[in-house]
Ligand binder design. Sequence first.
Ligand SMILES: *Cc1c(COP(=O)(O)O)cnc(C)c1O
Length: 393
Amino acid sequence: MSGHPALAELRRRLLVQREAGLERKLTSIGPACGPWVTVRGRRCLLMASNDYLGLAGHPALALAAREALAQGCGSGASRLISGTLDGHRLLERDIAAFKGTEAALFLPTGFMTNLALISGLTAPGDLVLSDALNHASIVDACRLSRAGLRIYPHRDAAAAAAILAEERGPGLRLIVSDGVFSMDGDAAPLPELLAVAREHGALLLVDDAHATGVWGASGRGTAEHFGVTPGPELVLMGTFSKALGGLGGFVAGDRTIIDTLVQRARPFLYSTAPPPAQAAVAARALRLVDEEPERREHLRRLCARLREGMTAAGREPLSDSGPIVPLLVGDARQAVALAEALWQRGVFVPAVRPPTVPEGTSRLRFTLTAAHNEADVDAALNALNDAWREVMA
Ligand SMILES: *Cc1c(COP(=O)(O)O)cnc(C)c1O
C-alpha cells in the first residue's frame, strides 16, 4: 500500500469505521436469483434479495433479453441525441398504462431517476418536503436540487401540512416520500399526504421502488393499495430492479411532468440511454405482473407465515405487511453477530446498520420472494430462534 498522505488519511478513516463495528463487506453470491445460493462457500437460503416476485430468474425475461440483443448491446447515445429507440417508447407507453397516468419516462436506474426527478422539477426558490426516513437517492437528489429543503418526521402528514402552512413563498412545493420504506418495510400515509398536497397546491412524489409489482391487488403499488386514483398532483416513481427482476427506473405522471424532465433533468439528458435488452426485459416484466398474479398471492401467504412465526417467538417485526420484514436488534455488533449465526445455519440475511438506519436501530432485514416456499420460511424461523439464543443470551 502506498505511503501517499491522502491514502494514509483514507486508511485512517476506514479504521475508525471498522472499530465502530460499521465496516461493510462485498459478499459474492451465486447464482444471482436464489432462493438457494452459495455465500462464502456455504449453501444458504437467500432472504436478502428484493426480487420479490421471483422474476429475476424467469425464462420469459431471459428470452426477451435475447431477442432484443439482436438489435445490438448498447443504445449508442443519450436519449435526446440518437439513443431513443422504439423499445423505449413502447415501454414508456406500457408504464403509463400500468400506472394509470398520462405519460411516463424510463431511466437507467432508480437512483438516477430520483436525481433526475427532484433536480429536474425544482429550481431555486422552490421547496421540497422530505420524510426523515426517505431513501438515500432522495436525500442526495434534494442536495442536488437547489430548492429549499425541510425534513418532516417519519410518516407525519400533519407535520408536512404545518410546514406548508408556514412556508408561503411563491415557488413550487414538492412533498417526497418512499411509498414503502426500504429499511422499515412500512408504508407512507398516502391518502393523508395526498390530501395535504391538494390542500396546499403542492405536488406529491411517491417512490414506489419497493411497492411496484407487489402492493395493491394487481401489483400497481401503494396508490392501488390505498385506493388512491392518480390525479395531476401525484408523481409516481418506481424501479424495475426489485419485484420486476431487472434494472431501470421510471417516472409516471401528468404529461407536463414528463415534458419538464425531458427538457431539464440533467441525469436524464447527459447519460446514455438504457440498452434495448434492458427496456425489453422491463416491458416483459410488466406483463408478467398481470399474467402471473399467483406469485403475489403466494408471497402474501409466506410473509404472513414469517411474521406469525416471529411474533409467536416474542419478536415483533417492524412492519406488519409486505415482503420486507425487519427485526430490530439495536446494537450494530449484535446485529452482525446474529447475521453471522444465521449464515452458519444456512440462512443469509443482512444486518443493516448506521448510516443506512438511525443510530441504535441496527436490524436484521429479512426479505421474502415468491421463489420461497413454506418450508423455507419455517427453516428461517428455526435458524433465527437458535441464532437469537446463541447471540442474545
Ligand atoms: C432501491 C431503491 C432506489 C434505487 O433504485 P435502483 O434501481 O436500485 O437504483 C430508489 N428508491 C428506493 C426507495 C429504493 O429502495
